[in-house]
Design a protein around this ligand. Structure first.
Ligand SMILES: [Fe+2]
Length: 267
């Protein structure tokens, strides 16, 4: 890679202390504006300088709306019947058992009024238990698990419910700034009836010590909106002698909506 093509993320500018200070200042500014009557921010700040690697690639203009009807004529669509129930089990994709902490993650896909959103495609992707993605861009020195790919999908049931059996992902380093680590997370994508309605978000795990340090998590300046991305440990979902259980609902609209990623985020 030449100097000309090296971007901010590769340079890893800033120490964790500098990033944490900036996050604190931006959050304090948000709280001050809230006290002055500003409504709660439901979505992340697109211009969030501590998220260094987004500085040159975050959208600076309003999204351009395209006609969904026209798009639908040219874009592919998943057939629900092509999704096998086995695809929600990420632990049986290869010949052997993947390493790490087996876990169930279940929840419901809901609209803003709490109604179930049925028959929708939910996809997830994640790092393995050592924090390593199978993607070729991830070259940090953690082991690849030959028995774990880290991708799955399912269709929501009549109650809007979904359930995956997977391995708890590890935290991993990234090059936003020096010594930057992402809290453990699972990426989720939800499709509506067309590709133009796809949303992408991340689910986190309770009590992660990396929360205060992570500029992606903190680009959601509203504490309640951040909290909605954290799954709850749920003993009733655990499977005896087999897997721990986490519950996480995805709310598509309204004041309790789940934060969704701006286009282009992929960490
Ligand atoms: Fe990730």
């Amino acid at each position: 890679m030449t100097t000309e093509t090296t971007n901010l993320s590769d340079r890893g500018e800033g120490s964790q202390a500098e990033i944490s200070d900036e996050i604190e200042t931006l959050h304090a500014g948000y709280q001050q504006r809230r006290q002055q009557g500003e409504p709660p921010a439901q979505q992340p700040s697109l211009d969030f300088p501590p998220y260094r690697s987004s500085i040159l690639r975050h959208p600076t203009k309003n999204p351009r709306h395209v006609d969904p009807e026209t798009i639908e004529l040219a874009s592919p669509a998943f057939g629900h019947t092509d999704v096998s129930v086995l695809e929600s089990n990420l632990t049986i994709v290869h010949n052997g058992e993947p390493l790490g902490e087996r876990m169930v993650v279940s929840g419901r896909l809901l609209d803003g009024e709490g109604r179930p959103v049925r028959n929708q495609l939910i996809e997830l992707w994640q790092a393995n238990s050592a924090g390593r993605y199978i993607h070729k861009r991830d070259q940090h020195p953690a082991p690849i698990d030959p028995n774990f790919t880290g991708a799955g999908r399912c269709i929501t049931d009549d109650d809007g419910g979904y359930s995956f059996l997977t391995i708890k992902p590890g935290a991993y380093p990234w090059k936003n700034h020096r010594n930057a680590w992402r809290p453990a997370h699972i990426h989720f994508s939800v499709f509506g009836t067309a590709f133009t309605q796809r949303i992408v978000t991340q689910m986190y795990f309770p009590g992660d010590p990396l929360f205060p340090l992570d500029p992606i998590y903190n680009s959601i300046v509203d504490p309640d909106a951040r909290e909605r991305l954290v799954a709850k440990f749920d003993h009733s979902l655990t499977s005896p002698e087999w897997a721990l259980g986490y519950r996480w609902d995805i709310v598509l609209t309204g004041s309790k909506a789940t934060w969704v990623e701006p286009e282009g985020d992929d960490e």
